[in-house]
Ligand binder design. Structure first.
Ligand SMILES: C[S@@+](CC[C@H](N)C(=O)[O-])C[C@H]1O[C@@H](n2cnc3c(N)ncnc32)[C@H](O)[C@@H]1O
Length: 201
C-alpha cells in the first residue's frame, strides 16, 4: 500500500527519483500556459513539474503528502530562482479551494478507486472556469513493463476512467498509447499511458 512514509523513504536519497526535468507531456503543453495563471501540481513529489510551471511564470503550488519530497521541491525552486508554495497534505483530505486554479497538473498520481473519486471531485471543485487539467498516468497495458507505475492494477488510469471522472470537462486531448519515458531512475523505457488535456467550461 502506498503511504506518505513509503514516499518519504523513496525520496530520502539525494537523487531526484523522477529527475529534475519536467515531464515531457507537460512540457509539450507550454503553449497553453500564460504567466500569472494559478497552477496546482498535485502529487508533485520532488517538484520537477511544479518548479517548471513556476519557471513559466505561473503562480504555483505543489501539493504532496511527502514532506521529504516537498523539501526537495523547495530546494529545486530555490536553485532555479523561482517562488513555489508547497502544501504537505493528503489530497483526499485537502480542502480544495473553489475555482482556485487555472491549471492543475496531475502527473503519474495513482490512487485507490475511492481516493481517486474524492481527489477528482476536488479537481473539479478547484478548477476555475476555463481552467485546464493536464494529466499523464499509467494504464493497465503497463502491466509487465518495468518503466514505472504501481503494481496494483486498481490504481491505474485509463481513457474510460478519465471520461468517467471528468465527463463534465471539455476534451482538448485524450489519448492512450505508448510513450518512451526518460525521467530519472524510476521512469525509463517504453510505457503505456493515458494523456489528457481537459478544460472547464
Ligand atoms: C509516481 S510519484 C509522481 C511524482 C510527480 N508527480 C512526478 O511526476 O515527478 C506519485 C506522487 O503522488 C504522491 N501521492 C500519492 N498519494 C497521495 C495522496 N493521497 N496525497 C498526496 N500525495 C500523494 C506521492 O507522494 C508521490 O510523490
Amino acid at each position: 500500500m502506498s503511504t506518505s512514509l513509503a514516499w518519504d523513504e523513496r525520496y530520502a536519497s539525494g537523487e531526484f527519483v523522477f529527475g529534475e526535468a519536467p515531464n515531457l507531456f507537460l512540457l509539450g503543453q507550454a503553449h497553453r500556459l500564460r504567466p500569472g495563471m494559478r497552477a496546482l501540481a498535485v502529487g508533485d513529489g520532488e517538484g520537477r513539474n511544479g518548479v517548471w510551471l513556476a519557471q513559466q511564470g505561473l503562480v504555483t503550488t505543489s501539493l504532496d503528502w511527502s514532506a521529504v519530497g516537498l523539501a526537495k521541491a523547495r530546494a529545486l525552486a530555490e536553485a532555479r530562482g523561482v517562488a513555489l508554495a508547497t502544501v504537505t497534505a493528503d489530497l483526499t483530505r485537502w480542502e480544495w479551494p473553489v475555482a482556485g486554479f487555472d491549471v492543475i497538473a496531475w502527473i503519474f498520481v495513482h490512487l485507490p478507486p475511492a481516493d481517486r473519486a474524492i481527489a477528482c471531485e476536488g479537481v473539479l471543485r478547484a478548477l476555475a472556469p476555463g481552467g485546464l487539467l493536464l494529466m499523464e498516468c499509467f494504464t493497465p497495458a503497463q502491466e509487465g513493463r518495468r518503466s514505472g507505475g504501481p503494481k496494483d492494477p486498481a490504481l491505474l488510469w485509463s481513457r474510460a476512467l478519465v471520461e468517467q471522472h471528468f465527463g463534465g470537462l471539455e476534451v482538448l486531448e485524450l489519448l492512450e498509447g505508448t510513450v518512451l519515458l526518460d525521467e530519472g531512475p524510476r521512469h525509463q523505457g517504453a510505457a503505456e499511458v493515458v494523456r489528457a488535456v481537459l478544460r472547464r467550461r
